[in-house]
Ligand binder design. Sequence first.
Ligand code: FAD
Length: 388
Amino acid sequence: MLDYVQLEADLGQEERMIRDTAREFVAEQVSPDIGEHFENGTAPTHLIPEMGKLGFYAPNLEGYGSPNVSETAYGLLMQELEAGDSGLRSMASVQGALVMYPIHRYGSEQQKERWLPPLGRGEAVGCFGLTEPEHGSNPSAMDTRAEQDGDGYVLNGTKTWITNSPIADVAVVWARDHSVDENPVRGFLVETDRDGVTTNEISGKLSLRASSTGEIDLNDVHVPTESRLPDVSGMKGPLSCLTQARYGIAWGAVGAARDCFEEARSYALEREQFGGPIARFQLQQSKLAELATEITLAQLLAYRLADLKERGDLRPQHISLAKRNNVRMARDGSRVAREMLGGNGITTDYSPMRHMANMETVYTYEGTHDIHTLILGEDLTGVQAYTT
Ligand code: FAD
């Protein structure tokens, strides 16, 4: 596997073990039929408990069954899962960074004990409801509302483009609390079998096809006060979760690009045209050299993020820079790898075109490429350019 400047030489024992476990899992249980899942538009849900057994959901958290592994180990895990498929990594990212993380950080003791162990084992599935039909890049304008009602809340609204929602047991729903002044955003843990909750699957996706994506429709849904995440209020709740998930994406995108590179390299060595392997042509070598260089630069960035995160110096803007760069790199690189595979490259027999299609989602979710550009622009100039 491409590791051109030997970054993996410095890994600790636990980090190697997690990388190897995830790599082997992908090789044995994902790669053989992920193309078929992609083609059929089905999520490999049978792998969810297996991934739980292997400790793939939020192993960087501490307690309640999570071992608190290093940020590098967590990043390597995301890298290996996304080398398999972005849909698989998305499933694990949502479960770990967008559901377990807010419960762990902002939840009550009772919420933590109820949800973290089964989510960690993959016996329960979670989803994260922030995006709405009319509010994507600007989620703070959300319409979903919570109103106090006796000893609980009533929730109304619609969330869309929600990874895992059709298969979820619990949804972290972000809503404006209309029972207090200024209507702060609050998080609620909503069991999906409550009256008034529907989670329809979104069909017709041409990207992330091996992942379940749906809506969450909330129609007069009653939840007890204990369902509210007690320790957070305001947009920092959902945004802090997105920071965790985007960190994983910055690593994950490298895995997808690396898989494209490996597929293109081995194809170039085997495929013969004009009397020998196409790898002997300078044009093909130039493409491989470019891919290897870009992947290596993205790897360096990911490893640096891990160091900064470990010592508490990682800013959301650092993650924006890395998510933005690494996903763009994977998006561009997958296309070049696809091209190197000729006609065979447009089938699900090979991974690059599947990764290429997936990257359209990864480029768009968790803050679009444009939005991360604006975050960096604001950080670099002090001038905010989201509006007008
Ligand atoms: P819009 O916000 O309408 O943007 C459309 C275009 O306008 C984009 O190119 C954007 O960059 C651009 N744009 C917007 N504002 C500006 C601006 N100020 N300046 C310049 N350009 C701008 N959401 C969840 O809450 N939970 C999930 O689990 C989840 N999973 C997803 C899974 C998939 C497969 C997909 C496709 C999306 C998922 N999302 C999820 C939603 C995702 O986060 C949103 O699609 C994303 O935030 C963009 O919102 P939008 O689609 O409404 O696009």
